[in-house]
Design a protein. Structure first.
Length: 322
């Protein structure tokens, strides 16, 4: 029994010593072989590009483990010219003219002459309360931002009235600078990955690095597209113009009398009421009454038949049997 206890103690001491030696030798071994999994920065544990711990040692440049603290995190505007802001300016206005179609064509020509273009244009007809149909147009153009004031001046020239005008500005300098910083970081990571792929010898390593490069290339293209959108939007201002015919805003005329102000609104409301009431009567006679008749008459006939049948049945029961 004592011999068994001694053997167990000796075995325990030997196992403890071996584990200590293995822990001490682990740092030295990690420098001569690949680590189990290494991932490129910014992917949050993406596809590994070196996996086998038994692979032969290969000198590989280290990748950054986090985004460097550049102007992306500091929030300055180093990516744009000093003192210059990137602002997207747009305008929206409604004008009244004698001929909406002619005015729409002149606005389109003006945009082309200024170096811009027509984004969209629509021509349609609206029906006035008196039943008259008049044309109405809507056009959206883009002109160089520095010519926006001149464009608005020409649009408002020779019009009957400017019903509304709204100008907006969106400062995207900070967002644009952030995109520039992210682009530099992604391009740096891509360059390091290309160096790794050039020195890789195993097919598996090459494929893994290629997947990482593809990811970064997609992100770079997305960021470039966003930057291009900001640049074009800031360089070319959008102007949306709704063009209304003059007849649409003409005062109500009844027998040569043109009521104004509250009187005009009251007369127009009265006309609209009678118009709606007459329309209701037409719908009642032409549509509602026939539909109700088609639905109600069969039901009423069936109900009358059932009532007569019950009455006859009661009469039969009331008669004495012979």
């Amino acid at each position: 029994m004592k011999r068994i206890l001694v053997i167990v103690l000796v075995a325990a001491i030997l196992l403890a010593g071996c584990s200590t030696l293995l822990k001490a030798a682990a740092p030295a071994m990690s420098g001569s072989v690949y680590s189990d999994v290494q991932t490129a920065p910014g992917l949050g544990g993406g596809a590994p590009y070196a996996q086998e711990a038994r692979a032969p040692a290969m000198e590989m440049p280290s990748l950054p483990t986090a985004m460097p603290q550049s102007d992306y995190t500091q929030g300055n505007t180093a990516g744009t010219p000093e003192g210059e802001r990137l602002v997207i300016q747009n305008a929206d206005l409604m004008i009244v003219v004698a001929d909406p179609v002619t005015k729409m064509d002149s606005i389109a020509k003006m945009a082309q002459q200024m170096g811009g273009f027509v984004v969209s244009s629509n021509l349609y007809e609206t029906t006035l309360p008196n039943g008259i149909q008049v044309p109405e147009t809507n056009i959206t153009i883009r002109v160089p931002a520095e010519k926006m004031n001149d464009a608005l001046t020409q649009i408002k020239a020779e019009v009957v009235d400017v019903t509304s005008e709204t100008r907006t500005g969106q400062d995207v300098t900070q967002s644009y600078t952030d995109l520039q910083s992210r682009l530099r970081n992604y391009e740096a990571a891509e360059a390091q990955l290309r160096e790794i792929m050039a020195s890789a010898t195993k097919t598996e390593d090459v494929l893994n690095v290629f997947n990482q490069i593809t990811y970064y290339r997609e992100q770079i293209e997305v960021i470039k597209g966003q930057m291009q959108y900001y640049e074009q939007s800031a360089a070319l201002s959008a102007i949306n113009v709704r063009i209304v015919a003059e007849e649409s805003v003409q005062p109500l005329e009844i027998g040569g009398w043109k009521p104004v102000g509250v009187a005009r609104n009251a007369v127009q409301a009265l006309i609209n009421f009678f118009k709606g009431f007459v329309n209701f009567l037409i719908w009642l006679v032409v549509f509602i009454v026939p539909v109700v008749a088609v639905i109600i008459l069969p039901i009423w006939g069936i109900w009358c038949g059932i009532r007569n049948w019950r009455a006859k049945r009661k009469v039969r029961k009331a008669q004495p049997t012979k």
